[in-house]
Design a protein around this ligand. Structure first.
Ligand code: C2E
Ligand code: MG
Ligand code: MG
Ligand code: MG
Length: 277
């Protein structure tokens, strides 16, 4: 009886796994088609200086809206693109489009604004990464220090030495590097110190619990750590005035979040910039 029960569980479990895999394959197949059929586009979220209130940068974020009008979250499709290798082509496309947007903004007079682009570990570890960056930068007339590449702490797993070496090469090409979602991953302080990064982005989970005593102390600690390491510190996911005020009092450099601006397609971004002036 127990065995039968046990086997029943195994069967149900297997079916869930198979269904999940089918769904993933289905999304992946549709993602490849979406890429070819231009269902993918970028939105841009402003980053603001807490001292001046001015826009200092933008983060490019990938969006997928199917022909049927269905919206699929990057949290669902980016991992699939990473596992399948599609992220290599996709990531290059993102970088190119983000730089085109940056140049359009520079032409509008926003000469000090940087563009942040997310870079997956799979991209970082791809043998062609340095060539890809050189190739894309060669297509445009914009200094690489206006491009900030956001990586996550998952680079501290696996071939850490190799990853740090690649980051050093990227850094020496002039790009800025930011550690995204800081505090949620597994990087040790030892590795953090060895990473050639310019900026820490406090994960929004900490920002959103910063109304509690321990929450605000964690945020304060990360800001202090950034200062100790000589890094710029950015808080993401700022949704409330109180969070912004706390971050300002703690000398956080920059903020990003729905309270200030949502990620927006180009047209909305231009409207927002006009109003924000
Ligand atoms: P991320 O790089 O940490 O991006 C920040 C995420 O927080 C974005 O989610 C953004 O829309 C969301 N966000 C911004 N402000 C707020 C706020 O005030 N409250 C809340 N609740 N959320 C806020 P999104 O666009 O869904 O992207 C999710 C993740 O997908 C990104 O996290 C990034 O890891 C990945 N991603 C997105 N675009 C790309 C891309 O082009 N390449 C790669 N490799 N990854 C990407
Ligand atoms: Mg990011
Ligand atoms: Mg983040
Ligand atoms: Mg994230």
């Amino acid at each position: 009886q127990a065995k039968k029960h046990h086997r029943g569980h195994v069967v149900r479990f297997d079916r869930a796994v198979v269904d999940g895999a089918r769904n993933r394959l289905d999304i992946l197949k549709r993602l490849r088609e979406a890429f070819d059929q231009q269902e993918l586009f970028l939105v841009f979220q402003p980053k603001l200086s807490l001292q001046s209130g001015r826009i200092v940068g933008l983060e490019a974020l990938l969006r997928w809206r199917t022909k049927q009008g269905e919206f699929i979250s990057p949290a669902d499709f980016i991992p699939l693109a990473e596992q399948s290798g599609l992220i290599i082509r996709l990531g290059e496309w993102v970088l190119r489009n983000a730089i085109e947007q940056l140049i359009a903004l520079r032409d509008k007079g926003y000469k000090d604004v940087h563009m942040a682009v997310n870079l997956s570990v799979a991209q970082l570890q791809h043998p062609d990464i340095l060539h890809m960056l050189t190739r894309v930068m060669g297509e445009f007339d914009v200094p690489s220090h206006f491009i900030e590449l956001e990586i996550t702490e998952s680079i501290a797993m696996g071939d850490i030495v190799g990853n740090i070496a690649t980051l050093n090469r990227i850094k020496s090409m002039g790009f800025k590097l930011a550690m995204d979602d800081f505090g949620t991953g597994f990087s040790s302080l030892n590795y953090l110190q060895q990473m050639p990064i310019d900026c820490l982005k406090i994960d929004r989970a900490f920002v959103q619990t910063s109304n509690s005593k321990s929450g605000s102390e964690i945020v304060e600690m990360i800001i202090q750590l950034s200062k100790t390491l000589g890094l710029k510190v950015v808080a993401e996911g700022v949704e409330e005035l109180e969070q912004a005020e706390l971050l300002k009092s703690l000398q956080c450099d920059e903020v990003q979040g729905f309270y200030f601006a949502r990620p927006m397609p180009q047209k909305d971004l231009y409207d927002w910039l006009d109003k924000h002036q």
